[in-house]
Design a protein around this ligand. Structure first.
Ligand SMILES: Nc1ncnc2c1ncn2[C@@H]1O[C@H](COP(=O)(O)OP(=O)(O)OP(=O)(O)O)[C@@H](O)[C@H]1O
Ligand SMILES: Cc1ncc(CO)c(N)n1
Length: 274
């Protein structure tokens, strides 16, 4: 019997397939991890934006988490769109109950077009209920500002925000650089409570960046499920998202999805060339 690690995503559905549950499951699969899901909401989305948000009852989220937790213990878990404080409370309770340790919190708040995927009232619950359970919290810059109440305009301020997130109880803070100023290098910052680690990459000039955050945190989760240390998981996630943005699919009239096939295809052609 081959050993395959399992990962669970707790997130919203994106009908367009580029973000949310769909991005997570595709990424898990591409990285050789068995994907499972608990839906928090259904969204009607395409590359032009969010056309509807339909949250599920917290009881429906709890039932999915129990079904997975009781029978299919995940090696790593990630959260994406959680929408409300009541869903956050449910997820926090279940994560504690089942002892999920490799927990990645992607604090999804607003879609790229501006639609809210997390109610304002829920930010506090995210900080007080869920962050203390996290192995890694992966905000982009505006999300890091919302979580900490700080303004972030420099790398030094990013470091202060990362420290604050670790003080809130997350073992690691990973502040993503996608929203930095265009002229700045694209750097993601990882902080473990002691050292700051920067991972710099080339900014790709494209409008097809729908779901970058989900895909990145899903790749991180998949690597953790396979037993990688956080630092190595971050590097694998970076290589995965870089390939997914570079080899664009060009779908849709608006902000298209990233290419979830790209990383594995590259790995395969590199292996063939060797
Ligand atoms: N244009 C780009 N070129 C290269 N890397 C990018 C680009 N945009 C984002 N990334 C990388 O993608 C990852 C996700 O970052 P980003 O800050 O875009 O997440 P996000 O804002 O949470 O995404 P989303 O809007 O999907 O929620 C990071 O590693 C970031 O450096
Ligand atoms: C369902 C869902 N989750 C997350 C995001 C953020 O990219 C999105 N657009 N949709």
């Amino acid at each position: 019997m081959t050993t395959i690690n399992k990962a669970l995503t707790i997130a919203g559905s994106d009908s367009g397939g580029g973000a949310g549950i769909q991005a997570d499951l595709k990424t898990f699969q591409e990285l050789g991890v068995y994907g499972m899901s608990a839906l928090t909401a259904v969204t009607a989305q395409n590359t032009l934006g969010v056309h509807g948000v339909y949250p599920l009852e917290p009881a429906a989220v709890a039932a999915q988490l129990d079904a997975v937790g009781a029978d299919l213990p995940p090696d790593a878990v990630k959260t994406g769109m959680l929408f409300s404080s009541s869903i956050i409370g449910t997820v926090a309770d279940k994560a504690r109950e089942y002892g999920w340790r490799n927990l990645v919190i992607d604090p999804v708040m607003v879609a790229k077009g501006g639609s809210r995927l997390l109610l304002r009232e829920a930010v506090d619950a995210l900080v007080t209920r869920l962050l203390p359970l996290a192995l890694v919290t992966t905000p982009n810059i505006p999300e890091a500002e919302m979580l900490t109440g700080l303004q972030i305009t420099s790398l030094q301020e990013r470091e202060i925000a990362a420290k604050t997130i670790v003080e809130m109880g997350s073992r690691y803070a990973l502040i993503k650089g996608g929203h930095g100023a265009r002229h700045e290098p694209m750097v993601d910052l990882l902080y473990d409570g002691r050292t700051f680690r920067y991972l710099e990459s080339k900014r790709i000039d494209t409008r097809h960046t729908h779901g970058t955050g989900c895909t990145y945190s899903a790749a991180l989760t998949a690597a953790l499920a396979r037993g990688f240390a956080v630092e190595d998981a971050m590097e694998m996630a970076k290589a995965f998202i870089q390939a997914a943005i570079e080899d664009e699919l060009g779908f849709g009239e608006g902000h298209g999805p990233t290419n979830h096939f790209a990383y594995r295809r590259r790995m395969r052609s590199e292996a063939r060339a060797r």
